[in-house]
Design a protein around this ligand. Structure first.
Ligand code: BES
Ligand code: ZN
Length: 830
């Protein structure tokens, strides 16, 4: 039996075709019992069956194999579950006959509280505490619910039956075919699913209300939520119906199931999960409340719905062959969710906001310890690690880069043919490139291999030399070191106007182009601004020589560039500065050109950058801290005055989000007027939670401001905020408060806030939000992390949330050394 241990994948001599699964959860004892009958195709002679199982009780007499014509039942001679390998090995006394057969297994398991496998979540109903049962199987936890071939390529059909208390709602991937009630229990059976992977199987059992609509071709769509809150599901429902119709056109393939349910789960580790026909969500990612949700909450709901529904095609219908290709699922769904959101809400200018995804990808991928988009996976426990900014954000960004290189129309056509070709089957990265290569005639595989099989990305340096432009690529590392990487870089450039647009592939390390090659001999010469990576469509950074940088600074000030390009110039400059390749003075000078900026994404990034520079300055040049603060406060004055505290009639969605971010930043910089105003409005809010003085978009700012002035000896703000938290019904409101609670300057109060995160008042899914500590709190947070490590490992160690604890606590501690050499010259810019 040992020969099956330590293998990354299951042996291939038995192929599952159909699962008949029956589950009976016990919501009181927190256990479940189940049985599975799997129709198998034995493709090679064997006396072993090896499949996945974990944390399940399977006894010897609970297993049997029946041959095709049911003439023979074979009992295993040995049944062993290897917990480390998460495999169940069945040894039979004789060779199993080649061809079809049925494997039957009865088993029992625990309805756990770790938000994976088959787990329990809690809620209140009429003031009473209740338990619901939920599944979360991706990446590899179906095996904790029933023995199965738990790999994405082992697709089969699923026929599910549930035995549950008769008063509860019981949902699964497919519509119900029959419901038989017998006293307190009912047996619910569902239609057999089309062929699908195990990680997409789902079951939810609890008390819920729903709202319902349908698409123009009759797909029934429902949003389920807590009893009495059905109204909060209407926004997501509307987005879902529109998005399903959009994707049907975009992929040229209809949604493949008869129904789509989406459901809010009170305890949920990820943001949402694309289970086929039964998508599960955190409450914050599905429910929208007219009174108390902010514009940012609304946008989150729309983009998460659009992302999960994209998976119904990209992931569920066409599935990655192995986890190495996870990015195909996640990178693609992330990219296409912008397409859908843009189509539903063009006024949100969501494509500018896409740059936030790219920046986060560039940030992680700028570390020497990064990994390629395609990673080798040798054990189930390694999979969780790649649900990261590389798979999602770099993945989405390289797709955007390719789409912009090939053209939107050709890209869509090729995608539709990829979906058709691999529907109900699996695909690898190369299969996507092949379809795009066929559709475009471009060498897509060669171009993209340099981006997906190699970690990192280039910085392209450009110098102007007489009438020549010199381009040079090298790997960008945020440590300032030089990496070895080499890419095929799709370069685009504009010369003084978006009408003069050129492009070429930079294949070698350096190339020189005569300007005449780009502009012809009639052009007046090169006295214009030149912007590379037009609209920031490429996943790389650009370093301009001094002359070109100065011209771009001027173009930013004069508003000659698109918002995406203004974003890119700032973001590249910041990254280069962090990597010691550019001076802080030049960054600060550049930041000064954004004083009258109005674009949401650009300003949002300017805020992030300012806060980082401020933190670094606090360590490196404490004497200059006040000057920095004043500089940043001044930088945001124009926007603060433009936006004010209250919504303007008919204002845009992005202005509503921006107001909150600007005021939060001013509160973090300790701007007295902002703190005073916030505290007045917070008082009004305490008296009346519906006061127009504190609409949802500015609540976070007010909470942060209140905490800025709170301390152990002046705790009234903190206490009031806790009271609001305890009384709040809406998860988005609770999350907003948690995110502000550690914004005090008093380490003792911060410690109290951190301890609150681990109390029974905070669901374990939400504790990570409370780790946004001020600089004054970082030592206390680090000590707290070490002190509570055992508890944290016990609660979060088996999932991906633990990484967020470490990241949140450690990142404010490790800052770059560059700023030790803060050039005094920049003072003149204050
Ligand atoms: N497939 C993932 C859910 C998931 C994440 C499962 C991690 C297992 C581990 C889902 O499609 C997803 O990507 N959810 C995102 C939200 C999305 C809008 C980026 C999430 O959970 O954050
Ligand atoms: Zn996803």
């Amino acid at each position: 039996m040992d020969q099956f241990k330590g293998q990354p994948r299951l042996p291939k001599f038995v192929v599952p075709k159909r699962y008949d699964i029956r589950l009976k959860p016990d919501l009181v004892a927190h256990r479940f019992a189940g049985s599975v009958a799997v129709n198998l195709d034995i493709v090679a002679a064997t006396s072993f069956i090896v499949l996945n199982a974990a944390e399940l009780d399977v006894s010897n007499d609970a297993v049997s194999f029946t041959n095709q014509d049911s003439s023979k039942v074979i009992k295993p001679s040995r049944v062993e579950l290897f917990e480390n390998d998460e495999i169940l090995v069945l040894e039979f006394p004789e060779e199993l006959p080649i061809g079809f057969g049925v494997l039957s297994i009865r088993f029992e398991g625990i309805l756990n509280d770790r938000m994976k496998g088959f787990y329990r979540s809690t809620y209140e109903h009429n003031g009473e505490k209740k338990t619901m049962a939920v599944t979360q199987f991706e990446p590899a936890d179906a095996r904790r619910c029933f023995p199965c071939w738990d790999e994405p390529a082992c697709k089969a059909t699923f026929k599910i039956t549930l035995d549950v208390p008769s008063e509860l709602v019981a949902l699964s991937n497919m519509p119900i075919v029959e419901e038989i009630t017998d006293g307190d229990l009912k047996t619910v059976s569902y239609q057999e699913s089309p062929i699908m992977s195990t990680y997409l199987v789902a079951v939810v059992v609890g008390l819920f209300d729903y709202v319902e609509d349908h698409t123009s071709d009759g797909v029934k769509v429902r949003v389920y939520c807590q009893v009495g809150k059905a109204n909060q599901g209407k926004f997501a429902l509307d987005v879902a119906v529109k998005t399903l119709e959009l994707y049907k056109g975009y992929f040229a393939t209809p949604y493949s199931l008869p129904k789509l349910d989406m459901i809010a789960i009170p305890d949920f580790a990820a943001g949402a999960m694309e289970n086929y026909g039964l998508v599960t969500y955190r409450e914050t990612a599905l429910l929208y409340d007219d009174q108390h949700s902010a514009a940012a909450n609304k946008q989150r709901v729309a983009t998460v719905v659009a992302h999960e529904l994209a998976h119904q095609w990209f992931g569920n219908l066409v599935t990655m062959e192995w986890w190495t290709h996870l990015w195909l699922n996640e990178g693609f769904a992330t990219w296409v969710s912008y397409l859908a959101t843009d189509s539903c809400f063009p006024e949100w200018k969501i494509w500018s906001q896409f740059l936030h995804e790219s920046t986060e990808g560039l940030k992680l991928d700028g570390l020497a310890e990064s990994h390629p988009i395609e990673v080798e996976i040798n054990h189930a426990c390694e999979i969780d690690e790649i649900f990261d900014a590389i798979s999602y954000r770099k993945g989405a960004s390289v797709i955007r880069m390719l789409q912009s290189y090939l053209g939107a129309e050709c890209f869509q056509r090729s995608l539709a043919s990829y979906i058709k070709r691999h529907a109900c089957s699996n695909a690898k990265t190369e299969d996507l490139w092949a379809a795009l290569e066929e559709g475009s005639g471009e060498p897509v595989n060669k171009l993209m291999t340099s981006w997906t099989k190699q970690k990192g990305y280039p910085v392209v340096s450009v110098k102007i030399n007489d009438q020549k432009l010199e381009f040079n690529q090298s790997q960008f590392l945020s440590s300032g070191a030089q990496g070895e990487g080499h890419w095929i870089v799709p370069i685009t450039l504009c010369f003084g106007s978006y009408d003069v647009h050129k492009s070429f592939l930079l294949q070698s390390k350096s190339e020189t182009h005569d300007v005449k090659d780009f502009l012809g001999s009639t052009h007046k010469g090169l006295n214009c601004w030149i912007k590379l990576n037009v609209d920031q469509a490429g996943f790389y950074r650009v370093k301009y020589d001094e002359l070109l940088a100065a011209r771009l600074r001027y173009a930013v000030e004069k508003q000659l560039l698109s918002a995406s390009d203004r974003f890119g110039i700032l973001d590249d400059s910041f990254a280069l500065c962090m990597a010691c390749q550019e001076s802080l003075t030049s960054l600060i000078n550049l930041m000064g050109s954004y004083r009258e900026e109005v674009d949401y994404t650009v300003l949002s990034n300017l805020i992030t950058i300012s806060l980082k520079v401020q933190r670094i300055a606090a360590d490196a040049v404490p004497d200059l801290l006040e000057y920095f603060k004043q500089f940043f406060i001044n930088l945001f004055q124009y926007s603060a005055e433009r936006l004010g505290w209250e919504p303007k009639p008919g204002e845009s969605h992005v202005d509503a989000m921006l107001r909150g971010e600007i005021l939060t930043a001013l509160a973090m910089f300790g701007h007295d007027l902002t703190l005073d105003e916030a505290s007045k409005r917070f008082q009004a809010f305490l008296e009346n939670r519906n006061t127009p003085l504190l609409p949802p978009d500015i609540r976070k700012a007010a909470y942060v401001a209140v905490m800025q002035r709170a301390s152990k000896s002046n705790r009234s703000g903190y206490e009031s905020l806790l009271k609001v938290y305890k009384e709040a019904d809406l998860s988005q409101e609770k999350t907003r408060i948690l995110g502000s609670l550690a914004s005090s300057r008093d380490p003792d109060l911060i410690l109290e806030a951190l301890n609150f995160m681990l109390s029974s008042e905070v669901r374990s899914q939400d504790a990570v939000f409370g780790l946004a500590v001020t600089r004054e709190g970082r030592d206390v947070a680090w000590a707290w992390l070490k002190e509570n490590w055992e508890h944290l490992i016990k609660t979060y160690g088996s999932g991906f949330l633990i990484t967020r604890f470490v990241g949140a606590v450690v990142s404010p501690v490790c800052l770059m050394p560059l700023y030790m050499l803060c050039p005094i010259g920049f003072l003149s810019t204050l």
